[in-house]
Design a protein around this ligand. Structure first.
Ligand code: ADP
Length: 445
């Protein structure tokens, strides 16, 4: 301010001096007035110029200038630059924030006060079949026509979520509907944020758990009922020694059945709960097959007086890496199935060979009844049986192939099933090359 007064006075005095010098002392005051007017005109012009720049193009603000207007311009320029930086940072943060919501596996939809879509992430767009460009500002209730959802949205009571099927056009085609959990959270007055979660696999897992518990209870209840019946008979009826012995044998059979079931269940839970087997333990395939052969021969003679024609061929003397107990269990399971489902006198051929690409294949082929194609994809499901009575008669639990599949997965192996009704079946375990090596390496190591 002192600077402005000083320049004002200087301009007035200078003009007064010039006027007095040129036209005599009488014109000192008019000269001073002229100087003051000139100063004011210049000042007004500079103020006007700054205003003009501010109105039109702030980028053209002069960076340096003299006097108050120069300083004002410089300060405004700095202030604007700081503001611009802050705006850019806020925009960047907003973009990052939106990118994070985009990356979320859950769907997010923002609705305005009228229930129109303001923004949604890709997950929600896919779940609801929203076209992000076309459907912006569309009423969500027009796109998601599920009555449960429409009632929920209109209720303004969002204390819990609702479960709906994703609109058919929204999700990629699957053979089961996609189930969504949708919950609305009001914010900023009467705006709403809608969160969605795909709970299809959760519901499937829950259904599987329920089925599993029901199946286990059924499998245990059946022999238990039989046992209870025998106990009651023994308690109430006067039986001779021979009859008693027969009943006790039948009771022993039922308790063995329960024990096998419990053992298989424990095996399954152990397989699920333990770490994958290391690749450092090697077992000779011949040893595994020898054990299988002993078991199969015993089982065959127990099941049928005719027995089976069993053959075992090892094409390459190899070793397999993994958990020996599990490998043995998987191999024995496939072989015992072949023996159990192939009628007496039938053929069961077991082979081990190393494929050209280094993978190892353990295969069991039988001349049994074969399995219809529609059953094959479901054979490894727990308690899935094609021939229920044959399974029970021969001591099956319905868990054998589920165990085999688990063991295969843990060893990176593939379970292949080929079967033709009336011609027999072929079950094979194909182990990755990394788990197969020549047997002589063991001797060297
Ligand atoms: P189970 O204890 O009943 O044998 P698995 O899981 O081992 O249970 O097998 C599932 C079903 O697959 C069996 O109930 C049977 O119907 C069918 N199956 C398995 N192996 C054979 C086979 N070699 N020949 C015919 N059917 C088989």
């Amino acid at each position: 301010m002192p600077f402005r007064i000083a320049t004002f006075l200087i301009a007035s005095c200078a003009c007064a001096a010039v006027a007095a010098g040129l036209f005599g002392p009488k014109l000192v005051w008019p000269g001073a007035w002229m100087g003051a007017l000139a100063w004011l005109a210049l000042d007004a012009w500079r103020a006007q110029r700054l205003l003009h720049v501010l109105r039109n193009d702030t980028a053209a603000l002069p960076s340096r200038g003299s006097g108050v207007w120069g300083e004002l311009s410089e300060r405004i320029r700095k202030l604007l630059r700081t503001r611009e930086q802050q705006t850019r940072q806020a925009e960047d943060r907003l973009q990052e924030f939106l990118a994070a919501i985009q990356a979320s596996p859950n769907g997010v939809v923002l609705l305005d006060a009228q229930g129109r879509i303001e923004w949604c992430n890709q997950t929600a767009a896919a779940q609801f079949g929203i076209d992000v460009e076309r459907d912006l500002l569309q009423h969500l209730a027009n796109l998601v026509r599920d009555p449960i959802f429409i009632t929920y949205l209109a209720s303004w009571n969002y204390s819990r979520d609702v479960l709906i099927d994703a609109p058919a056009q929204g999700m990629p085609r699957r053979n089961h509907p996609t189930r969504l959990s949708v919950q609305v959270h009001p914010y900023a007055g009467n705006r709403r944020m809608l969160l969605t979660r795909d709970i299809t696999s959760l519901e499937q897992a829950e259904a599987m758990r329920r089925d599993f518990v029901a199946n286990v209870s059924h499998e245990i209840r059946t022999p238990l009922t039989v046992l209870a019946g025998f106990v009651e008979t023994l308690q109430t009826l006067p039986l001779d020694a021979e009859e008693r012995a027969r009943y006790l044998a039948l009771m022993a059979q039922q308790s063995t059945r329960m024990e096998t079931l419990v053992n298989d269940l424990l095996t399954l839970s152990r397989l699920e709960g333990s770490a994958a087997p290391t690749a450092s333990q090697w077992t000779r395939v011949r040893a595994l097959l020898a054990h299988c052969e002993d078991e199969a021969k015993g089982l065959s003679s127990r099941l049928t007086p005719l027995g089976h024609r069993l053959s075992f061929t090892v094409d390459a003397d190899s070793e397999l890496s993994g958990a020996p107990v599990e490998l043995q269990s998987a191999m024995s399971n496939l072989l015992s199935n072949a023996v159990r489902y192939t009628p007496g006198g039938g053929v069961v051929v077991v082979t081990w060979r190393v494929l050209q690409d280094g993978r190892g294949e353990y295969a069991v082929r039988d001349s049994g009844p074969g399995i219809a194609a529609e059953h094959i994809p479901r054979l490894t499901e727990r308690f899935y049986r094609v021939d229920r009575s044959r399974s029970r008669e021969t001591g099956g639990t319905g868990l054998g192939l589920a165990i085999v599949k688990h063991i295969a997965q843990r060893h990176g192996a593939e379970l292949r099933i080929d079967s033709t009704v009336g011609q027999g079946s072929r079950f094979a375990l194909v182990f990755p090359a990394s788990r197969v090596r020549e047997a002589r390496l063991l001797a060297k190591a």
